[in-house]
Design a protein around this ligand. Structure first.
Ligand code: HEM
Ligand SMILES: *[C@@H]1O[C@H](CO)[C@@H](O)[C@H](O)[C@H]1NC(C)=O
Ligand SMILES: *[C@@H]1O[C@H](CO)[C@@H](O)[C@H](O)[C@H]1NC(C)=O
Ligand SMILES: *[C@@H]1O[C@H](CO)[C@@H](O)[C@H](O)[C@H]1NC(C)=O
Ligand SMILES: *[C@@H]1O[C@H](CO)[C@@H](O)[C@H](O)[C@H]1NC(C)=O
Ligand SMILES: CC(=O)N[C@H]1CO[C@H](CO)[C@@H](O)[C@@H]1O
Length: 347
């Protein structure tokens, strides 16, 4: 698994290098001359190495004087990820929602104590499919000219709202793209989340209640969304996203994986940490989240697949059934990244 991660990051860094060193082979199959033309009209910043792990991973106060929550100003961009929305609204990320990979690496570690291995994975996964590799900028929400001139198609540089690369179906608090708005907080869904917390967690979002809510969301999309897609990477990230709040949204001085509905609403809806919020006690990376994914899947097993019309869930027989992060990595690189950068020189 770690071997795959290393490869993934190498790939990410190489693809980024392709944008700044025309001597490398093609970006999306373009000739060197075409790339030079693009580069001569685009400001291409130097490649930054990813920041390293935190030295101090204690459960410190993160909703502090230097990182106050502030309401959105006109033009500030937020998107489908409550974690990144919160980091932007507390100033761990630029408050306008336009970020670089290095800023993401620093913010998710500093603000939530996400482990360095997981931070690398999600940062460069997001950057590769949704970011602008020429300008090194990513929108945490919708597509915007603020990330600079687009790289050549088929690269999208569409921001995290882009459907079916990272953003996908059966989110907890955001509706499936088929039903319209795929990224805004949805009160109806939050009421359902609350109902599950009341029924299975005595008012708390905990492992038991989210396992049931996860299954409910899947059943709902199976029955109502003719285009429901539950193939890798979404197959794994849907479960990972359920584990994050247990680990990262619960105050690190408590760390009992029981998230109150009040606090959940603050994070999911208002992009706001509770007063006095302390981050997780110690970094939490791929081993912890991978374990949570496996346990959630075991609670209500379903194989990867997609609806071809409601009531017709067709299994994805090409899924290799590897361990979660290994499969996630393999399918992500072989399908999503390869489609966007058809002929990258990676090794
Ligand atoms: C570079 C880091 C990250 C990236 C690129 C990223 C990206 C995303 C994206 C694209 C989604 C939408 C998936 C979907 O629901 O369709 C998402 C959802 C989510 N993310 Fe993040 N994320 C990152 C870090 C974090 C962190 C640090 C946290 C928590 C502290 C977090 C918590 C969540 C949660 C809870 C959801 C699910 C929302 C829901 O189902 O309603 N993420 N993330
Ligand atoms: C951790 O400490 C090392 C050695 O003092 C330093 O070089 C590095 O920059 C520190 N890392 C962070 C994230 O502060
Ligand atoms: C909220 O989600 C529900 C269920 O998916 C959907 O029917 C409804 O249209 C969504 N509401 C908004 C305002 O998008
Ligand atoms: C969730 O909360 C319920 C109700 O208090 C409890 O029975 C269950 O054990 C909790 N689950 C976990 C994993 O903490
Ligand atoms: C964090 O965990 C360490 C080691 O388990 C423990 O000694 C410390 O008291 C914890 N800190 C907090 C704030 O709970
Ligand atoms: C693919 C897709 O459905 N994307 C939608 C996500 O939500 C925004 C805002 O409602 C729509 O404009 C997109 O079309």
């Amino acid at each position: 698994m770690y071997h795959h991660l290393l490869l993934f990051c190498t790939l990410a860094v190489r693809v980024l290098h392709i944008a700044s060193f025309p001597a490398y082979e093609s970006l999306a199959g373009l000739s060197e001359r075409e790339i030079n033309n693009i580069l001569s009209t685009t400001h291409v910043p130097p490649i930054e190495p990813p920041p390293g792990p935190l030295n101090d991973t204690s459960a410190k106060l993160v909703n502090d004087k230097d990182h106050p929550w502030k309401p959105l100003r006109a033009g500030d961009i937020r998107g489908p990820c409550p974690g990144l929305n919160v980091l932007a609204s507390h100033g761990y990320l630029p408050r306008n929602g336009i970020v670089t990979p290095a800023q993401l690496m620093t913010a998710v570690q500093e603000g939530f104590n996400m482990g360095h291995d997981l931070a690398l994975f999600v940062t460069y996964a997001g950057m590769l499919v949704d970011g602008n590799l020429l300008t090194n900028l990513l929108s945490i929400g919708h597509k915007t000219p603020l990330t600079g001139r687009d790289p050549p198609k088929p690269a999208i540089a569409g921001g995290l709202n882009t459907h079916a690369v990272l953003e996908g179906d059966v989110s907890m608090t955001r509706a499936d793209a088929y039903f319209g708005d795929n990224h805004s907080f949805n009160e109806t869904l939050f009421q359902e989340l609350t109902d599950y917390a009341n029924r299975y967690g005595r008012g708390y979002y905990n492992f038991t209640s989210v396992a049931e809510f996860r299954w409910h969301r899947i059943q709902n999309s199976l029955a109502n969304n003719p285009e429901f897609s539950f193939i890798t990477p979404r197959y794994y990230t849907a479960y990972a996203d359920n584990v994050f709040p247990l680990v990262f949204f619960v105050d690190g001085r408590i760390g009992n994986e029981q998230l109150s509905i009040d606090h959940a609403r603050g994070f999911f809806q208002d992009a706001r940490m509770p007063d006095g919020f302390h981050r997780a006690n110690g970094s939490r990376g791929i081993d912890v989240i991978g374990d949570g994914i496996t346990r959630l899947m075991a609670a209500h097993p379903i194989k990867p697949g997609q609806n071809k019309g409601v009531g017709n869930y067709v299994l994805d027989t090409t899924d290799d059934g590897l361990t979660p992060f290994c499969s996630l990595y393999t399918r992500f690189v072989n399908e999503k990244v390869k489609v966007l950068y058809p002929n990258p020189r990676v090794c």
